[in-house]
Design a protein around this ligand. Structure first.
Ligand code: PLP
Length: 365
């Protein structure tokens, strides 16, 4: 019997293991700028909320507590400019990766449906289509796609891996195009709080969606903004009909956010101070790494937002990865994100200040 996993490509990070071993052999240790996993502490007020909610013997609900739904709608209204949002427009998920990977399946997509995502993209959009047995297509401009049979359109601004931000007018145009053709827009906005040279905008912004959430759903994660990748805290917000269907499926499937994580999410979304502090840490690391890479002969493309620098020396990405690994620095090859990335590497800002300083020193040698 064919296995479901046969539909999937090789897990990309497994291919990086030999370079990781090279970098780890550096006498002063590896500087790992590959995966982009947060390394700074979980803010104290979030930890406190988690432990205060530790005594929760009962099952949590998939839709979340009323306090959580209020926190989600309040944040969407305040931070995203989503006017008129109610708790029928929000749904917690167990980290956004599971949602991205299983959404096409949970929406009932399959053979005959098409899922579209950016030419350079987080690989899980394709994984989700493959798991559902749906077709998929990569785009440069979504409004140039053939809408026939197109069921789901992924946007990702700020982008992983390029850091590119879609301007408000472009988002508005894409949403109008998708609505005209009955295509559901899923906008992965997990780096929205990390704009440097641009101010990222949500599809739920009243100016973009026109005050109606019909046909649009935004995906948000606390992993990066609040250093909560280990908690698995994320949510979707938007079209009530789509979220209502998802809620039913996810109730049957038992996809519940643990109760202490729900409480931690409420605390995290109610506080902007820790987000501003974390941003400043990343801003300093970004400035240091960007300067060192440019001085070492790299060109940085896009990268106006997100946790990454999209860097190139105009050579095959695996040559760059190997050369940096020799200096004890591990980065991600651009082709992990699609063949169009074959001459770039993605450099994550997620290392401690001490490790970033080490990388800067090594790039000078
Ligand atoms: C574009 C994008 N979407 C979703 C995720 C998943 O994040 P999480 O599962 O931690 O919410 C990531 C993680 O790096 C990402 O880069």
């Amino acid at each position: 019997m064919p296995s479901l996993s046969d539909r999937l490509p090789t897990f990309p990070w497994d291919r990086l293991e030999p370079c990781k071993a090279t970098a780890a052999a550096h006498p002063d240790g590896i500087v790992d700028l590959s995966v982009g996993t947060p390394v700074d502490p979980v803010p104290e007020l979030i930890r406190r909320a988690l432990t205060d909610a530790a005594d929760t013997p009962g099952y949590p609900t998939v839709w979340g507590t009323q306090a959580l739904r209020d926190a989600l709608t309040g944040w969407c209204e305040r931070r995203l400019g989503a006017r008129g949002i109610t708790d029928r427009n929000v749904l917690p998920v167990v980290g956004s990766k599971e949602l991205v990977a299983w959404l096409p399946t949970q929406l009932g997509l399959g053979p005959g449906d098409r899922v579209a995502f950016p030419r350079l993209a987080y690989p899980t959009y394709e994984v989700g289509a493959r798991l559902a047995g749906a077709e998929y297509v990569a785009y440069d401009d979504p409004t140039e796609l053939d809408p026939d049979g197109l069921s789901l359109l992924w946007l990702n601004s700020p982008s992983n891996p390029t850091g590119q931000v879609l301007p408000r007018e472009k988002l508005r145009e894409v949403v109008a195009w998708a609505r005209a053709h009955g295509v559901l827009v899923l906008s992965d906005e997990c780096y929205l709080e990390l704009g440097w040279d641009a101010d990222p905008v949500s599809v739920l912004d009243q100016d973009v969606c026109g005050g109606s959430f019909e046909g649009v759903v935004a995906v948000h994660s606390l992993s990066k903004r609040s250093n909560l990748a280990g908690y698995r805290a994320a949510f979707v917000a938007g079209d009530a009909a789509v979220l209502g269907d998802l809620l039913q499926i996810r109730k049957h499937g038992g996809m519940m956010t643990p109760a202490p994580v729900q409480a931690a999410t409420v605390a995290a979304l109610g506080d902007d101070t820790h987000v501003a502090e974390q941003r400043e840490r990343y801003r300093a690391r970004r400035t240091a790494l960007r300067g060192a890479l440019e001085a070492a002969g790299f060109r940085i493309d896009h990268s106006e937002a997100s946790l990454y620098l999209w860097a190139t020396r105009d050579e095959p990405c695996w040559d760059t990865v190997a050369a940096l690994a020799e200096r004890g620095i591990l980065v991600a090859p651009g082709d992990f994100y699609g063949p169009a990335g074959a001459r770039h590497v993605r450099v994550a800002l997620t290392a401690t200040d001490e490790r970033v300083t080490a990388a800067v020193r090594r790039l000078k040698d």
